[in-house]
Write a protein that binds this ligand. Structure first.
Ligand SMILES: NC(=O)c1ccc[n+]([C@@H]2O[C@H](COP(=O)([O-])OP(=O)(O)OC[C@H]3O[C@@H](n4cnc5c(N)ncnc54)[C@H](OP(=O)(O)O)[C@@H]3O)[C@@H](O)[C@H]2O)c1
Length: 248
């Protein structure tokens, strides 16, 4: 398939590499200028953001949520048939306070409103490390699963098939309205679960608790960092802290 990616942080770059490895046609752009891609470890053709949207079937946007409104003019030029995937998560310490989300608006609804069209929410509930290193063959036991939400069933199916192809089981997590169940602070968020476990975790989520638990995890990481004066905890430690706090 033909993909455009906007955003070359860890997630955008890892997706570019996995897609190219899987035989897809990939263009990748930085929303703030092609020169910012210099020296980055990614795959596919590096292009200007205006070119990333040309002649593609799927656009993957992987930016900090606060930056999404800045690409509205680009999104306005994209045909209805192009599937738009959003990987973003809201962290107020990083993104600043977004009042509507603070007041309970589902993050992907906020994103869709600002982009002027619905997105498919995917790639947000796995850590970059997980995405890069823990994809496995389809019949592997303990295969990690990703949640995919969206309003258009056929677009969602395309993205679910793609996630499966890239090494992960998939759980259809419902419509965008339901996608708060995979936001930061929920049991489904970055806890590396199998398909069955993820299905249960999505059901178990409590919307009101999520922001509090999200911030609790960040506080725990900050404390660990301060105590050790360097990041000494492993990927597994991070997943375990997420599991412990998001399930409390
Ligand atoms: N990292 C993870 O483990 C993870 C997991 C799941 C989902 N996510 C979510 O996926 C999205 C991407 O995260 P990420 O960690 O891959 O990368 P990121 O650090 O959020 O950066 C992604 C891209 O956005 C660009 N960018 C940063 N600030 C911008 C701004 N104000 N305007 C326009 N572009 C800007 C960056 O450019 P520069 O490199 O030039 O700064 C980079 O190309 C985020 O919403 C994140 O919450 C992250």
């Amino acid at each position: 398939m033909r993909f455009g990616i906007i955003g070359a942080g860890p997630i955008g770059s890892i997706i570019s590499k996995k897609l190219v490895k899987s035989g897809h046609d990939v263009k990748i752009a930085d929303a703030r200028g092609i020169e910012r891609l210099d020296g980055k470890e990614l795959a596919g053709r590096t292009v200007r953001v205006e070119d990333a949207i040309k002649n593609i079937e799927v656009l993957i946007i992987s930016l900090p949520i606060k930056a999404l409104p800045s690409i509205r003019n680009i999104i306005d030029q994209i045909g209805e048939e192009v599937i738009i995937v959003d990987t973003s998560n809201y962290y107020p310490y990083r993104d600043g306070i977004i009042e509507e989300i603070e007041n309970g608006m589902v993050e992907s609804i906020w994103v869709s409103n600002h982009l002027g069209r619905p997105v498919i929410k995917a790639f947000n509930n796995l850590l970059a490390y997980t995405l890069e290193n823990e994809g496995t063959a389809e019949d592997s036991s303990g295969r990690v699963a990703m949640a995919v939400a969206g309003n258009d069933p056929s677009q969602k199916q395309v993205v679910m098939d793609l996630v499966f192809e890239l090494g992960f089981d998939v759980v259809d997590s419902g419509s965008l309205n339901d996608s708060w169940r995979q936001q930061p602070g929920t049991p489904a968020y970055c806890t590396e679960l199998t398909k069955d476990e993820l299905t249960k975790a999505l059901k178990k989520a409590i919307k009101e608790n999520a922001p509090l638990l999200r911030d609790k995890v960040m506080e725990r990481f900050a404390k660990l960092f301060a105590e050790k004066n360097e990041v000494e905890f492993s990927h597994k430690d991070i997943v375990n802290i997420n599991r412990e706090i998001y399930n409390s």
